[in-house]
Design a binder for this molecule. Structure first.
Ligand code: CP
Ligand code: NVA
Length: 313
């Protein structure tokens, strides 16, 4: 049984196939009925809030012919102490697959190990692979010419500013190597990428392609994309005051954008907090492609679901 818990769960060849599928699925939306998940019931177990991920998966699964059950963790017995292992075994008797958003990444791994259905990571504290696949596809749409779509990412530079140790920073460390991109991370000392993601990258066998800079200007120099994320991720609310102060030199503003390539794109996984990690001016600028990114969550996730259906049979 194959799952999608991290970006490297698909090989570079499969990534190319996912991009091609997403391109096709996007083109055909609303014109051709898709049957990849016909007769299937998918669960969506969410321990955290969501706008984009929840809605794009609910719409996407149904557009692929499947049916969806949204399960807020407060409404299932996990909230009253039922184990993840038992929940995985029970839910596998009803469902054909499950999409999970959780705090501890081990919840996803345990579901995958103990259940008997595909598991998709809809964000954990550690990784958000659906997001970076959508992001990479959004870049591909702008850069691809003839030949393999994923080739257009190779050698491109992405600068990620802010909390480089969060799920999005980690995702870019791993995903950058998978896509053949150069990833320049920039944030305050003490918030550098942790050992877990370095070990993950080592295990993947991919060439590491990331660097860490405390100077944001150094990181954005010659960047094709400037990327940021919230400074206070879900679950870190207690650290809010301290984080807003510590991360303030890493705000993406016009001055930062001017140090990147002249045609550099601005990207953000959203939700954004204008005035904190990015200015309203940059969010609204022609360089900003944030809503294309958000839209592509739908198309790429449909492609990921279709790919898993094809692989798992
Ligand atoms: N980017 C993202 O995952 O958004 P949501 O938290 O709204 O799902
Ligand atoms: N790092 C953010 C991403 C939100 C999509 C969080 O985990 O809250």
């Amino acid at each position: 049984m194959r799952h999608f818990l991290k970006s490297t769960d698909f090989s570079p060849q499969e990534v190319e196939e996912v991009f091609k599928l997403a391109q096709e699925i996007k083109k055909q939306r609303g014109r051709i009925d898709s049957e990849w998940l016909e007769e299937q019931f998918w669960g969506m177990l969410f321990f955290k809030s969501s706008t984009r991920t929840r809605v794009s998966f609910e719409v996407g699964i149904q557009e692929l012919g499947g049916k969806v059950l949204y399960l807020n963790k407060n409404d299932v017995q996990i909230s009253r102490g039922e184990s993840i292992a038992d929940s995985a075994r029970v839910l596998s008797r009803y469902l054909h697959g499950i999409v999970i958003r959780c705090y501890d990444h081990s919840v996803l791994e345990e579901f995958a190990e103990m259940g008997s259905m595909p598991v998709i990571n809809a964000l954990s504290d550690y990784l958000h692979p659906c997001q970076i696949y959508a992001d990479a596809f959004t870049m591909v749409e702008r850069w691809a010419k003839d030949g393999p779509l994923s080739e257009s990412l190779k050698g491109r530079k992405i600068a990620f500013l802010g909390d480089t140790a969060c799920n999005m920073g980690n995702s870019w460390i791993l995903g950058g190597s998978l896509f053949g991109m150069e990833v320049a991370l920039s944030g305050p000392q003490g918030y550098e990428p942790g050992d877990e993601i370095k070990e993950e990258l080592r295990r993947s066998g991919l060439n590491p392609s990331w660097t860490f800079h405390t100077d944001p200007m150094e990181a954005v120099k010659d960047a094709d994309v400037v990327y940021t994320d919230v400074w206070v991720s879900m679950g870190m609310e207690d650290e809010e005051q301290e984080r807003l102060k510590t991360f303030s030199p890493y705000q993406v503003n016009e001055q930062i954008m001017q140090h990147a390539k002249p045609d550099a794109l601005f990207m953000h996984c959203l939700p954004a907090h204008p005035g904190q990690e990015v200015t309203q001016e940059v969010l609204d600028s022609p360089a900003s492609i944030i809503f294309d990114q958000a839209e592509n969550r739908l198309h790429i996730q449909k492609a990921i679901l279709a790919m898993l259906a094809k692989i798992n049979g």
